[in-house]
Design a protein around this ligand. Structure first.
Ligand code: IDP
Length: 140
């Protein structure tokens, strides 16, 4: 069993896609073990995406991520990190495989509907960024 961190991003929350996106996770064997809706502050968004600081897309990304509420979730399942990345599709929706969340819902490279951790290290860091251990509700 593995845990990963997911964000349903502003473009998707604004278009009432929370249910449809969460359904993709659940029907692919990922269980939601923590979930909350929040509005990121500029400071939080800058810190969360600090690895991209200095890139041309960084400031618009921070502006977008703070533009509307998001849903942050912890997903648990077998091979959860890779499975979630597969369900999401690649960053650019135009290049994402048919049937993935980004191919079906994303608006652009920036407004691409979901975030998912890309490694065990980032999953641990990102989960701890938004959740206390006592907020996680594993199934067993
Ligand atoms: P990922 O979310 O697929 O892991 P990253 O490279 O970590 O992709 O980029 C983080 C986020 O920054 C992307 O999901 C997207 O919202 C935004 N982003 C990445 N590259 C670009 C770009 O070239 N133009 C605009 N936004 C971008």
């Amino acid at each position: 069993m593995q845990r990963t961190f997911s964000i349903i991003k502003p473009d998707a929350v604004s278009r009432n896609l929370i249910g449809q996106i969460t359904q993709r996770f659940e029907e692919n064997g990922l269980s939601v073990i923590a979930s909350k809706m929040i509005r990121l502050s500029t400071e939080q968004a800058e810190k969360f995406y600090a690895e991209h600081k200095g890139r041309d897309f960084y400031e618009p990304l921070v502006g977008y991520m703070t533009s509307a509420p998001i849903v942050v979730q912890v997903l648990e399942g077998e091979d959860a990190i890779a499975k979630n990345r597969q369900i999401m599709g690649v960053t650019d929706p135009a290049k994402a495989e048919a049937g993935t969340i980004r191919a079906d819902f994303a608006l652009s490279v920036r407004e691409n509907s979901v975030h998912g951790s890309d490694s065990p290290e980032s999953a641990a860091r990102e989960i701890a960024f938004f959740f206390d251990e006592k907020e996680l509700c594993p199934r067993n």
